[in-house]
Design a protein around this ligand. Structure first.
Ligand code: HEC
Length: 312
């Protein structure tokens, strides 16, 4: 058979087959009933898989009861949380005093060197004097002996305990955590720590069980905290005459701890304002330049003047 004829026959066959899909013999599969059934089944499967997926991953998991999670702290209007506000450096100074006189007997602040307090919280001389109160190890000398020397500005604030084990041993087995980054490390930040420090009730509420050695505090996850209430009115004497109420001390020490965790905050906000201001100016300038450069194009009118000639 010549090739052209074969090709033509194949062509004809395909045509017939394509046309046969609407032939009466296959009507059963595409009847309205089957179409509806298929569509319904597809819908059920689609909705079902969405529901199953939601059941598996969509709902928020509440593994813990509110009691286990701790009470949500109140939102306080912290001045330094605002966009254009800095830390109150008087408060930082008072807060550092509270840390030194109260918290430092249990909590370390080991990421903070004395030098970083100079100029923000205290003067050089004050910090030098404070650093010299503590002894630090020297580098090994020629005989390999390590000696003691008074602290310098470049030293870090010393920990109250030699190591974690000593800290646990002194605190009923509970480890007082390092406070350097505490504000960032806890959900709720300043609000949480303030609530924790001021949230110890006189008596645990009726029905609450408190393990021996623990103290009741509704803000602490689990409500039983190894740290007892530490802040009482008049515990420290502020050098600037601010009345040292428990809440004042809590507020000051929390602001200080926020500074310890984010010492760059003041500069960061200042830099942010500069970036926004200069960015806005440059943006305005670029809009102006664009309009200037495009003005000739945008105000141009293109007109077609048909050639004038003898009428045909
Ligand atoms: C007598 C020792 C002691 C003193 C003083 C003390 N704490 Fe504590 N603190 C602890 C212990 C122990 C824990 C661990 C509690 C636990 O895990 O149950 C703790 C835990 C904490 C926590 C962490 C809570 C959490 O969510 O894990 C913060 C924040 C805290 N203390 C802040 C302070 C501040 C601020 C001061 C000073 C005003 C202070 N503490 C004074 C012993 C102390």
């Amino acid at each position: 058979m010549p090739a052209r004829v074969v090709a033509r026959q194949t062509l004809r066959k395909t045509t017939t087959r394509a046309a046969s899909s609407s032939s009466p013999s296959t009507e059963a599969t595409s009847s309205p009933f089957y179409t509806t059934l298929t569509a319904s089944a597809a819908t059920v499967v689609a909705i079902g898989s969405v529901a199953w997926y939601y059941h598996l991953y969509g709902r928020e998991a509440f593994a813990m009861t509110p009691q286990e999670e701790g009470l949500h702290p109140t939102q306080y209007p912290w001045e330094h949380y605002r966009w254009v506000k800095t830390f109150d450096h008087q408060a930082l100074r008072r807060g550092f005093q509270v840390y030194r006189e109260v918290c430092s007997s249990c909590h370390s602040l080991k990421r903070i060197p004395y030098r970083s307090l100079v100029g923000t919280i205290a003067t050089v001389d004050e910090m030098k004097a404070l650093a010299e109160e503590n002894e630090y190890d020297t580098e090994p000398n020629d005989e390999g002996e390590i000696e003691k020397r008074p602290g310098k500005l470049s030293d870090y604030i010393p920990s109250p305990y030699k190591n974690d084990e000593a800290a646990r041993a002194a605190n009923n087995g509970a480890l007082p955590p390092d406070l350097s980054l505490m504000v960032k490390a806890r959900h709720g930040g300043c609000n949480y720590i303030f609530s924790l420090l001021t949230g110890y009730p006189e008596e645990p509420p009726a029905g609450a069980t408190v393990q021996s050695g623990l103290n009741f505090n509704p803000y602490f996850p689990g409500t039983g905290i190894a740290m007892a209430r530490v802040l009482y009115d008049g515990l420290v004497e502020y050098e600037d005459g601010t009345p040292a109420t428990a809440s004042q001390m809590a507020k000051d020490v929390v602001e200080f701890l926020n500074w310890a965790a984010e010492p760059e905050m003041d500069n960061r906000k200042k830099m942010g304002m500069k970036v926004l201001t200069i960015g806005a100016l440059l943006f305005a300038l670029s809009v102006w330049v664009k309009r200037y450069k495009w003005s000739t194009v945008k105000t141009r009118q293109i007109v077609y003047n048909p050639p004038v000639g003898p009428k045909r």
